[in-house]
Design a protein. Sequence first.
Length: 198
Amino acid sequence: MSAKNQDKRLEKGMQTNTRILHSAIDIISESGISGITASKLSVRSGVSKSTIFHHYNSIKEVPEAVLALIFSDLLKPLDSQEFDDLEGYLYYLGTSIINIPNEYLKIYRSFFSFYNEAMFIEAYQETLNNYAVKSKRLISKQVKMYSDNLVSIEDADVISHLLLALLDGIGLHSLIGANQEESIKAWELQVKLICRYL
């Protein structure tokens, strides 16, 4: 097989895998992780069951792959460097969770489904804890960078832990229909308190 044909096969395989994962996100956002079956995934993605099992040894591997894909999307904004100050960065973090664009709702619903399942499935706990460590590291870096005062590493780490917990909580409340205006006011207050503390 020529290198060109090999590249086309690899590209097609990656496209198929992406379709499988996005279909899994759709299913999880509608019925939770337990809703994923080979049959549903086959119908939703438009690929055969054998193709799904070509990419994954078992259907249990699909949620882990979905979680990795979701994390790659969720970590990007945490490392943004397009703000003038800490207040702008923190405000952005909160409002991006409160005002979730429609195209991201499925991703956030899927993400919070993993939180629920992590109470019972150790592999999800480990994956979510790894995500939390990476998230806190990125937020802590931003807090240090944007802070006018010399913030200790310990303070930046504690604040990043607080922010991540608040973002998770406010994100979950937003998904279940919390009042957006109240949520934004609550987040603005939190931002002011953190900035005043620093």
